[in-house]
Design a protein around this ligand. Structure first.
Ligand code: NDP
Length: 254
């Protein structure tokens, strides 16, 4: 059997109804996992689910608002109850507010921190007993290049991504005894809804990213299928607490 085989595993991907989350969900489904995507936007989810079900008819959607504790805990429980187990959690849901620090409101700060970090804490804590029950599991947190670089418009976003990566390291240490591996992915500039607004607002951003990226292109959601399978599979069993850039070389460019 391949070390990348996910047959028999059940995965929950928050924010899996589009963008990078859907790219990872498709990878996990292709490797044999039963994948449940979670998000708020039902219309987006219907389209995403149709794509996923073309790979695996067992794929499913569950509504979640990651800003609500009961919604996070309820979604995890519902997936574990329905499929009888939960082996893989991808903490991918995320948002950004682009403003200089002096203009940010407390509500905007909390929105970004709660969506990007607190949700991952809640979902991870909720999956723990289910992973323990089946003898182990895999948690993948989505960080960002913004844990390495700074931007004058990204204070809450960068802070939240620094926190989610550090949280993954802490959980990795705490749950190694339970055979649960917790790792992070650091995407570079990826062509999704999230970056669409930034590209519209910031003149020349598109070209600057192309010039700054050795691969000379923006990333695509499909670029995350392979890394998700690797981090969700037995192939990465001795890897925990790491943060892996998937950025076309952006972070190593001088
Ligand atoms: P998208 O905007 O396409 O995806 C974000 C997802 O998060 C959506 O599916 C959205 O679901 C979900 N989401 C946001 N808020 C909530 C909420 N309150 N409850 C439930 N779901 C929510 O962008 P990306 O695919 O680019 O982003 C995915 C992850 O990748 C994020 O964590 C982002 O920070 C990270 N990332 C992206 C980069 C990029 O260049 N694109 C670079 C670095 C990191 P819904 O539409 O239903 O609200």
């Amino acid at each position: 059997m391949s070390a990348f085989d996910l047959s028999g595993r059940v995965a929950l991907v928050t924010g899996g109804n589009g963008g990078i989350g859907l790219g990872m969900a498709k990878g996990l489904a292709s490797a044999g996992a039963t994948v449940v995507i979670a998000g708020r936007n039902k219309a987006k989810a219907d389209a995403a689910l149709a794509e996923l079900r073309a790979i695996d008819p067992r794929a499913d959607f569950i509504e979640i608002d990651v800003l609500k504790e009961e919604s996070c805990r309820g979604a995890v429980k519902a997936v574990a109850d329905k499929f009888g187990r939960l082996d893989i959690l991808v903490n991918n849901a995320g948002t950004a507010v682009r403003k200089p620090p002096e203009e940010l409101t407390a509500a905007e700060w909390h929105l970004v921190m709660d969506t990007n970090v607190t949700s991952a804490f809640l979902c991870s804590q909720a999956v723990y007993p289910h992973m323990k029950k089946v003898g182990g599991g895999k948690i993948i947190n989505i960080g960002s290049m913004m844990t390495i670089f700074a931007s004058s418009y990204a204070a809450p976003y960068a802070s939240s991504k620094g926190a989610i990566v550090q949280m993954a390291r802490s959980f990795a240490v705490a749950w190694a005894k339970d055979n649960i591996q917790v790792n992070s992915i650091l995407p570079g500039w990826i062509d999704t809804e999230l970056t669409k607004k930034a590209r519209e607002q910031v003149p020349g951003l598109h070209e600057r990213v192309l010039a700054r990226t050795p691969a000379a292109r923006w990333g695509a959601p499909g670029d995350f299928a392979g890394i998700a399978v690797f981090l969700a599979s037995p192939a990465s069993d001795f890897l925990t607490g790491t943060a892996i850039p998937v950025d076309g070389g952006y972070s190593v460019m001088a």
